[in-house]
Design a protein around this ligand. Structure first.
Ligand code: OGA
Ligand code: NI
Length: 362
């Protein structure tokens, strides 16, 4: 069916018009719109239901894990490894506290993200791009041309693959980003050690697999939405990563699907939200779960969040598949082996919706 018929309007043209402004959702809001353009309308079944809000029994909460003292206190460490194992298997998500990153470093990254998105449109337009080769990119909706409905957010991102020159990072963000990155990667290493132990593997096992070699930092800006019930900040998805470490401001809106119910990831100042990505689910042979999550559009805002994606590098020549040590007659491999490059190509051909995992099932 031609797209114009499927949507009842020429969606491609309206998407392109929006993209050509290079001003993102923030540009729409600044222009004073009171109704959202139809490219942002999500279908009824994808939108939050009124029963999704406010009815989470207080007992249902994302696990909060405290890393304090794990280096010196062996018993505490064992307990924390068990907590991480349980959270990764049942929730795919946890909040980390006691990670040692000064709260000011997290706050400054959120504020720098705000400054970037709130500077003049011309300044931002200079780095507006969908070119996958570019290591510094700002755009609205990386999957704008693939998705059925656009999300109410803009994003600036940096791919730290060794070839990015920090001087190419916009000045308003540069210092905060480099500082934030350094700290988050430190926590990332600790978490990879704990995840290895939680799988019953040597502490350096996941690191030895080069699982977290490539670092992509993306800083989201979710402007206030005039019709928040008709769209989403981020549609439901799993992360195409090995591991994601996220810092969010105090507004809320992030939700995780847990046993068929959407549960709020309540903002906790100073905490980091960690979630298992598709690749970790795969190498763990489904021991750990890459769980669907979404961000609601909010009437107030902007909401700001900053995600660090840890991934194998895209030119890694090693084949990835379920870790051999985790397999047995009772636990046969659930996935075939593949190159990271093939995974990425498949993922991006598919857009944000729908996990890429099933494509690699045996
Ligand atoms: C993501 C994501 C959540 C947020 O970037 O993959 O899920 O709170 N972000 O912005
Ligand atoms: Ni995500």
């Amino acid at each position: 069916m031609p797209e114009a018929v499927a949507f009842g309007y020429d969606r491609k043209q309206e998407v392109k018009q929006f993209d050509d402004t290079k001003a993102g959702v923030k540009g729409l809001v600044d222009s004073g719109i009171t109704k959202i353009p139809r490219i942002f309308l999500h279908s009824h079944e994808d939108l939050p239901k009124s029963s999704d809000h406010g009815d989470n029994p207080s007992s249902i909460k994302i696990p909060i894990i405290d890393l304090k003292d794990i280096v010196h206190d062996g018993l505490r460490r064992e307990a924390v490894v068990a907590e991480i194992r349980e959270a990764s298997a049942s929730w795919g998500f946890f909040q980390l506290v006691g990670h040692g990153i000064p709260t000011a470093v997290l706050d400054e990254m959120i504020e720098a993200t705000r400054s970037f998105h709130e500077q003049g449109a011309e300044e931002k337009a200079k780095i507006y791009t969908r070119d996958p080769q570019k290591k510094v990119r700002y755009s609205s909706n990386f999957d704008l041309y693939q998705s059925k409905a656009a999300n109410w957010r803009d994003t600036v991102g940096f791919i730290f693959d060794g070839s990015l020159d920090p001087d190419d990072i916009p000045m308003v963000l540069r210092e905060a980003t480099m500082e934030y990155k350094k700290h988050i990667l430190g926590v990332g290493e600790t978490v990879c050690i704990l995840l290895s132990e939680a799988l019953g593997l040597r502490p350096d096992y996941l690191r030895g697999m080069n699982c977290g070699k490539n670092h992509t930092l993306i800083a989201h800006y979710y402007p206030p939405c005039p019709e928040p019930k008709l769209t989403l900040g981020t549609a439901r998805h799993t992360d195409p990563t090995f591991l994601t470490i996220l810092s969010q401001d105090g507004l809320g809106g992030l939700q995780v699907l847990h046993h068929g119910r959407w549960v709020d990831v309540s903002p906790l100042h100073g905490a980091l939200v960690v979630n298992i990505g598709d690749l970790l689910q795969l190498v763990s042979n489904d021991k750990f779960k890459s769980v669907e999550h979404r961000v609601l559009a909010l009437p107030n805002g902007p909401r700001i969040s900053v995600a660090m994606f840890l991934n194998p590098s895209s030119d890694e020549q090693k084949l990835y598949g379920p870790i051999k040590e985790l397999l047995s007659d009772e636990n046969p491999p659930l996935y075939r082996e593949f190159l990271v490059k093939d995974y990425i190509v498949y993922y991006f051909s598919n857009g944000l919706t729908g996990s890429a995992l099933s494509h690699f099932k045996v």
